[in-house]
Design a protein. Structure first.
Length: 115
């Protein structure tokens, strides 16, 4: 059973930065597209960024230009660099590994942006 574990969440002031990390218990990163999602209270889970196996990236309009997804397959890690954070970025952030026949989720890490 593959487990994904996120880290790096916390509290930050508006305009600040955080870097989220996601590690896997198994060597899956070379076989799966990796994504970051978030879910704010009372809202649906939102896809923020995806990086494919070859390394192509896509972003939601809400984070384009502020967030950067990257992966290190050798270390089984995926990252989300978040800059220029806004209060509306406050949410639980989830890591996702997916391929056509299965997917895995992390437990989530809280990000709070507040002055």
């Amino acid at each position: 059973q593959v487990q994904l574990v996120e880290s790096g969440g916390g509290s930050v002031q508006p305009g600040g930065s955080l870097r989220l990390s996601c590690g896997s218990s198994g060597s899956i990163f070379g076989l799966y597209s990796m994504s970051w999602y978030r879910q704010a209270p009372g809202k649906q889970r939102e896809l923020l960024a995806r990086i494919t196996i070859p390394g192509f990236t896509t972003y939601a309009d809400s984070v384009k230009g502020r967030f950067t997804i990257s992966r290190d397959n050798a270390k089984n890690m995926v990252y989300l660099q978040m800059n220029s954070l806004k209060p509306e970025d406050t949410a639980v952030y989830y890591c996702n590994a997916a391929r056509p026949d299965r997917e895995y989720w992390g437990q989530g890490t809280q990000v709070t942006v507040s002055s």
